[in-house]
Design a protein around this ligand. Structure first.
Ligand code: ADP
Ligand code: ZN
Ligand code: ZN
Length: 728
């Protein structure tokens, strides 16, 4: 019998495929094609996962698919394989996994052709006409000349920039057959050569280049050691072999600076994929990657799913960065999937960081990843001087100690730039009544509201709840409301007071909301207009500030008292990353850390900016405590307006798990309230599964999930499963 049954993965919470009949007139059907189906009365876009000749359903119960949406699959076989692997690993419905892999416009069934921005180039007839002088001076002539000079096709945006009124002459030229429409290529650019590589860089490049097919590598290099240069060389080599390179960067790492650096170095078309792009733009670049028209794909988390016609290399920059973990819906790790994908595509994958995650370090130590080290700053700049300021004996002005203010002054006077880091946006993290002790709390969360002075608002940073800043206490009426603690907005005010003549750039989520504002701030810093920079973790990543000679960490204690076992690792990464922003060029840098706990053992190692030694100590602690990467975890979360409903669902899950994993290979801990017990009006509970062997954990999850999802309560209460959770 011919395979006229299609197993369709439909984006629904049900973890299985659904059988439909193939349309009789359809041409070659293959897995990966999108189809439109009637699913319980709704028209949904699904993906053909497999073809079959029989079904468990009686033939008369099967519905035909409504339409086949593609001629060729959008997702190549390796990505279909990746989707199936991921659906199993994360215990997430395959249809939702496929949906997450597609850019928005295509997910909702738009025709791929409609998403491509066309480009235009001169035709052979057009070239002849031009040479033969068949056109007199006219707008058509100038446009044709422009197209003749361009080496590739030009897209609409480029044409508009060159000729404001290109539209009518273009249509006329198209009609005459002197111009033809093609899929757009990026404008040609001059390619600059990079610096000569040093011995360590060359060794790293050679090791990756020697990988025959799959190979995973950790590029463990201090900030400024030339990791990006290594990526660029390997990408150039990949392009030279006629293959494509995929580069993942953290959410905040995809800066205009980084893109500019790639653009001057690489000759091919660069597709850029990140969530802030309009759906159409995103789909266009995505298709350019799929069809092989873009040689380099650079993007954030979900770009790990960008299809490549000729894959050759995958790079994950700042692999330790938490933004690689998707924190809602399907909770995948893009870094981990990059490694799985590289294996499926048989290409090398390079994970780079100055502060590798303990998971990746453990893999390098076990010999699973090649371990490539860059130990020196490429420009010869010295490692920064580190200094602790003990806040216990200090008079503070808005969180700033006198020694810190003095050092800022000294560095500014010497002509340097200064960067202050505070990982808290807003004015103050709490509002408090001096008369009665009232605290402004979010009505929907177990959290305090943050004061945003400039906007005169109180905002919940967890659920977004916003209200006007009261001028009197709602409890006792007193007008003695005080902002407690410090955010970047408040620090900025204090700095303006201390350094009125110095331009100050505040860089955080609030100050960079408007499109282009981050670029403007960075430009003002680059050209020296602003010499005092102040910001949240947005500052810690990827930026080049060669004139910065002093970095101050205003409050290092935030990371010391957390219940999260990863807090020490994160603090260490942050301090080393921030320190790496100082003294990149010829001027030596200094780093000053303010803390109330200078005796904390973490600082002793950090003072030498010795991340490797610190990571070694942290790994030993994790091993002793049997925590990741020496154990494997999955977290089942439930939340509901009714606290008992959430608890009851997880109680049932725990009972199921106990029955299924009676051999004790998997520990089931909880349910317990989540660290933030209430959020957005819902009570949150969680149940932790932990095992020494990954296989034991996954065996349990594979058995547990079908039973768990079948529970009536699992349909009423909102829940999610997080495999390899980052936040417990
Ligand atoms: P990382 O990505 O490790 O932070 P980069 O690749 O950005 O480091 O390099 C830091 C600086 O050193 C950049 O200005 C870069 O141009 C320069 N650089 C990199 N490699 C070399 C080299 N081999 N010789 C001279 N300068 C280099
Ligand atoms: Zn009061
Ligand atoms: Zn809230």
């Amino acid at each position: 019998m011919s395979p006229n049954i299609l197993r369709i993965a439909v984006p629904t919470p049900l973890a299985r495929t659904f059988d439909y009949l193939a349309p009789s007139d359809a041409a070659a059907l293959v897995p990966g094609l999108r189809v439109s189906v009637d699913f319980a009365g709704r028209r949904l876009t699904g993906v053909i996962d497999a073809l079959a000749s029989d079904s468990a359903c009686p033939p008369e119960a099967l519905k035909p698919v409504l339409a086949v949406l593609d001629d060729t699959p959008l997702l190549p076989p390796a990505l279909l394989e990746l989707a199936r692997w991921a659906a199993r690993y994360y215990q997430h419905p395959l249809g939702e996994v496929y949906a997450a892999m597609l850019p928005g416009a295509l997910r909702h069934g738009r025709a791929a052709q409609d998403c491509i921005t066309p480009g235009w180039r001169i035709s052979a007839a057009g070239a002849q006409a031009l040479a033969g002088g068949q056109l007199r001076a006219s707008r058509q002539l100038t446009l044709l000349q422009t197209l003749a000079q361009a080496a590739g096709a030009l897209d609409r945006a480029t044409l508009r920039a060159l000729h404001a009124d290109y539209s009518a002459p273009l249509n006329a030229l198209l009609k005459r057959g002197w111009v033809e429409e093609v899929a757009a290529a990026g404008p040609l650019r001059a390619v600059q050569a990079g610096p000569e590589t040093n011995a360590e860089q060359q060794a790293a490049i050679d090791a990756v280049a020697a990988a025959d097919g799959f190979g995973a590598f950790l590029l463990d290099g201090v900030t400024g050691s030339g990791k990006t240069e290594v990526y660029l060389r390997l990408i150039e080599a990949t392009l030279a072999r006629g293959r494509q390179a995929l580069v993942l960067v953290p959410e905040i790492g995809l800066t205009p600076q980084l893109l500019a650096r790639f653009r001057v170095r690489l000759s091919g078309r660069i597709a850029v994929l990140h969530s802030r792009l309009a759906a159409g733009e995103r789909a266009d670049d995505w298709l350019a990657a799929a069809e092989g028209r873009a040689e380099v794909v650079i993007g954030t988390r979900s770009a790990v799913f960008a299809p490549l016609a000729r894959p050759g290399l995958i790079v994950v920059d700042e692999e330790h960065d938490a933004s690689y973990k998707q924190q809602e819906g399907w909770r995948y790790s893009a870094r981990d999937l990059a490694v799985v994908r590289a294996r499926l595509e048989r290409v090398p994958v390079l994970l780079g960081s100055a502060t590798p995650s303990l998971e990746t370090l453990a893999n390098a130590q076990r010999g699973r990843y090649g371990w490539l080290k860059l130990t020196r700053r490429a420009t010869g700049a010295r490692a920064p001087q580190m200094e602790l300021i003990d806040l216990r004996r200090q008079l503070l002005d808005e969180g700033l100690s006198r020694p810190l203010l003095q050092r800022v002054r000294t560095h500014l006077d010497a002509g340097g730039q200064v960067m202050l880091f505070l990982n808290r946006r807003g004015f103050a993290p709490a509002l408090f009544c001096h008369a009665c002790g009232w605290l402004a709390e979010c009505p929907h969360c177990a959290a305090r509201l943050t004061v945003h002075q400039r906007r005169r608002q109180l905002i919940c940073h967890h659920c977004g709840h916003t209200q006007r800043l009261p001028h009197a206490c709602p409890q006792c009426g007193a007008e003695e409301l005080l902002g407690l603690g410090h955010g970047t907005e408040r620090l900025e005010q204090a700095l303006v007071r201390h350094f009125p003549d110095v331009g100050i750039a505040r860089i955080d989520r609030d100050s960079t909301q408007r499109k282009g504002s981050l670029e403007r701030l960075l430009d003002a810093v680059q050209c020296g207009d602003k010499r005092l920079l102040l910001g949240t973790q947005m500052l810690a990543k990827g930026h080049h500030f060669p004139a910065v000679t002093l970095v101050g960490i205003v409050d290092a204690d935030q990371g010391l008292h957390s219940v999260d076992f990863r807090a020490a690792e994160r603090l260490a990464q942050l301090v080393v990353q921030v320190a790496g922003r100082a003294g990149r060029a010829e001027r030596p840098g200094s780093v000053v850390i303010q803390t109330h706990h200078p005796e904390h053992p973490l600082f002793a190692t950090l003072l030498h900016a010795d991340y490797a030694r610190l990571a070694e100590a942290l790994l030993a602690e994790r091993r002793a405590a049997q925590l990741p990467p020496f154990a494997h975890q999955a977290l089942l979360r439930a939340e509901d307006a009714d606290a008992e409903a959430a608890q009851a669902l997880l109680d049932q899950a725990a009972a199921l798990a106990d029955a299924l994993a009676a051999d004790g290979a998997v520990q089931c801990l909880g349910p317990v309230p989540a660290p933030m017990e209430r959020r957005g009006g819902r009570w949150r509970m969680q149940l932790l599964f932990e095992a020494a062997q990954r296989s034991a954990l996954h065996t349990l999850l594979e058995r547990l999930l079908p039973e768990f999802t079948a529970l009536p309560a699992a349909r009423r209460v909102r829940w999610s499963l997080d495999v390899d959770p980052l936040d417990l």
